[in-house]
Design a protein around this ligand. Structure first.
Ligand code: KG4
Ligand code: ZN
Length: 347
């Protein structure tokens, strides 16, 4: 058995997780989210300082929760990209210090590969082939996966503009709902009518082959902005709950529609939905219904494993370690815009 410790600091969550042979032994998380609320979004300097202040305590807490000592750690994995540069630096430096002090191998991993691996902690190993819909604050892509540790990650389609989570955050701001926008929209939408506002389903339906699996959310956000501005100018009645519900429904329709089409077209019967937006209750519900109807096995991690955490980085690290891959060494740096083509970024 090998024990892998994972460190995540790419945005506003400081996470440490410990995984052994696909099993989560324990994890701990600190968030600077509350410090960003009054700015309406993550302030990089504030996030980086918060990581620095909490990383040691989070590490100690994770070890204690897992009932594992530092000496029992066999390997360390860290998010080296993508994300906020100053935040990534804190995790990368901490991971290097640990690796050096303990004399253990260090692996630089892609944040999004961690989101995918999080699901294996709950639902076991991935099948030989699967499709993943990654929907987070920075990514919206449909990916074709083989062995997550060793195979290249094939992009079927990506967003042409905003990521899904970014769209949730921007629309929440338009509706004067608090940051982070996703959970705020979900809460408001629960009290609203999803058919109240007629909103577009961008790139869904008849589109060119090139855009069959691509996403675009900025036009949808602009449609919401126009609706809100018109109502404010003319004094027409407008319930934020109805707008939130209509927006959420449009995003969910597009995401699930394209993901199911991708599985059908490629003859793949396992769909994973991962990343912060996968915590969305309506997305989970609609995906469940449409996947069941299409004979697709749907895998979505529990909501607390969808948003950023350390367990997901330990999970992808554990898969990489068990594949026998060569460690990344200590010379690499953080890469804020790391491309998503492999789970192990520095080989
Ligand atoms: O994966 P994540 O925690 O961080 C990134 O890697 O970006 O995703 C954060 C995004 C934010 O945009 C947040 O608004 C969104 O996930 N999110 C949600 C929900 N919870 C988080 N979006 C919709 N519904 C939710 N319940
Ligand atoms: Zn993330």
């Amino acid at each position: 058995m090998s024990v892998t410790l994972g460190l995540e600091t790419s945005c506003d969550e400081t996470g440490v997780g410990i995984v052994a042979d696909g099993v989560l032994l324990g994890q701990a998380l600190a968030s600077s989210m509350d410090e960003h609320v009054r700015y309406g979004g993550v302030v990089p300097e504030v996030a980086a300082r918060a990581h620095l202040e909490s990383v040691t305590a989070v590490l100690r807490q994770a070890l204690s929760n897992a009932d594992v000592s530092l000496e029992q750690i066999d390997a360390i994995a860290v998010t080296s990209g993508p994300g906020l540069a100053s935040s990534l630096h804190v995790g990368v430096s901490a991971a290097k210090a640990l690796a050096l002090a303990l004399g253990k191998p260090l692996y630089a991993v892609h944040h999004v590969a961690g989101h995918v691996a999080a699901d294996t902690l709950e639902h076991g190993p991935l099948p030989d082939r699967s499709i993943a819909l990654i929907v987070s604050g920075g990514h919206s892509s449909l990916l074709m996966l083989g062995d997550l540790a060793t195979d290249p990650i094939v992009h079927l389609g990506d967003t042409l503009d905003d990521a899904a989570g970014e769209a949730f955050d921007k629309v929440a701001r338009l509706l004067e709902l608090p940051y982070p926008g996703g959970p705020s929209i979900q809460r408001a939408a629960a009290e609203g009518d999803p058919t109240a506002v007629d909103l577009p389903r961008p790139l869904l339906g008849k589109v060119s082959e090139r855009h069959r699996y691509a996403f675009s959310f900025s036009g949808l956000k602009s449609a919401v902005a126009r609706h809100v501005q018109l109502a404010r100018r003319t004094g027409a009645p407008m319930r934020a709950e109805d707008v939130a519900a209509s927006f959420q429904e449009a995003v969910v329709d597009v995401l699930v529609g394209k993901a199911v089409a991708a599985c059908r077209d490629h003859g793949i019967d396992t769909l994973l939905i991962v990343g912060g937006v996968a915590a969305n209750a309506r997305l989970r519900e609609v995906a469940e219904t449409r996947c069941r109807a299409a004979g697709i096995t749907l895998r979505v991690p529990a909501p607390r494993l969808c948003t950023d955490n350390g367990a997901m980085i330990a999970a992808v690290g554990d898969l990489i370690v068990r594949s026998g891959a060569k460690p990344s060494g200590l010379e690499f740096g953080a890469d804020s815009s790391a491309p998503l083509d492999r789970s192990l970024l520095v080989r």
